[in-house]
Write a protein that binds this ligand. Structure first.
Ligand SMILES: Nc1nc2c(ncn2[C@@H]2O[C@H](COP(=O)(O)OP(=O)(O)OP(=O)(O)O)[C@@H](O)[C@H]2O)c(=O)[nH]1
Ligand SMILES: [Zn+2]
Length: 301
């Protein structure tokens, strides 16, 4: 009895212990990692050995362009691989978190992924100016922002499809920002349960919690969605990585007196001086301090 021939496939869903791998003919296989270690993420290209009609074993994974992690207090987990674009979905209402955007910005700068902010629900005209004022600050950090209403499918496609063409984008958003509505507008067959549907269908019974990759209908790009994903734990990043995650620090780093300045308490620190002057926002420096502290906590033992 010889081995089955090996095949290359794309990991389109992660379910904890097993993965869904899409084969070149479009068929899906339920695949298990060889051995105990699961070093595979959605977006990875893998070589599998087919087993039976619709299963397989992941023999190895091909080299990846980049890898995003999501870590919590407990551990660091793989999130998604080979991502070109991080779509950070925020909304005019409810209020969005600067913290999450700041963390996403650090993660993308470290992984070499382009971040793009989507301001959703611009049809809520009364609250729009206040949201736009907050968005201006993000533009000041060099973030590109696209304004749209996810309820307007035509508008969503006109604004986003050209940017998604030939790329793999990861959707990120706090609950209520309209991420599911946006996904449904781009990939109708994804049928991501929106909040209304979840309520109608009995308290979110149909909400999936696994990370999934969807192909755009015209086949010219992929979207990765990770329901229930709220925060970007970054405790796996080094202090140098965290520093690099703050674009507004970059031009000032040369002004610190000490070459290994941590920008926390050193005399002659260019960053601290800018915070005092107000040219770097204090909330941003506070986020920097929090990320460093999380990193210290994680690496203490
Ligand atoms: N006015 C307006 N409402 C929107 C828009 N997009 C989404 N919504 C509404 O906002 C609410 C939240 O949308 P969802 O798509 O469920 O939000 P989500 O980000 O997926 O939230 P979770 O399902 O909790 O993860 C729903 O009531 C949507 O109908 C929009 O462009 N304009
Ligand atoms: Zn400094």
């Amino acid at each position: 009895m010889g081995h089955n021939p090996l095949h290359e496939g794309l990991v389109v869903a992660a379910h904890g212990r097993h993965y869904t791998v899409e084969m070149p003919d479009g068929s899906l296989r339920k695949c298990f990692p060889r051995g105990k270690k699961a070093g595979t993420a959605v977006g990875d290209r893998v070589v599998i050995e087919p087993q039976g009609a619709d299963e397989g074993v992941i023999v190895r994974q091909l080299e990846r362009r980049n890898l995003l992690y999501r870590s919590d207090e407990m551990r660091t987990k793989l999130f998604a691989a080979n991502v070109d674009l991080l779509l950070i979905v925020v909304a005019v209402e409810p209020a969005f978190s600067d913290e999450l955007i700041g963390r996403a910005l650090v993660a993308t700068r470290c992984a070499g992924i382009k971040p793009l902010v989507i301001l959703n629900k611009v049809d809520l005209l009364a609250q729009l100016p206040a949201a736009q004022a907050r968005i201006e600050k993000l533009r000041g950090l060099g973030l590109e922002v696209i304004e749209l209403s996810a309820l307007d499918t035509e508008q969503v496609n006109a604004k986003l499809l050209p940017l998604l063409k030939g790329r793999t984008a990861l959707l990120l958003g706090q609950s209520g920002m309209g991420k599911s509505t946006l996904l449904n507008a781009l990939v109708p067959k994804a049928l991501a349960p929106t909040q209304e549907h979840s309520v109608a269908l009995d308290a979110g019974k149909h909400t999936t919690t696994s990370t999934r990759l969807y192909h755009l209908p015209d086949g010219s790009g992929d979207l990765i969605d990770s329901p229930g994903f709220q925060n970007f734990g970054l405790s796996h990043l080094s202090a140098g990585n965290i520093e690099r995650g703050f674009p507004e620090f970059e031009a000032l780093l040369g002004e610190c007196r000490f070459y290994n300045c941590t920008h926390l308490h050193e005399p002659g620190c260019g960053i601290l001086a800018a915070v005092e002057k107000g040219t770097i926002a204090r909330e941003r420096h506070d986020l920097y301090k929090r990320l460093l502290a999380e990193h210290e906590d994680q690496n203490r033992y």
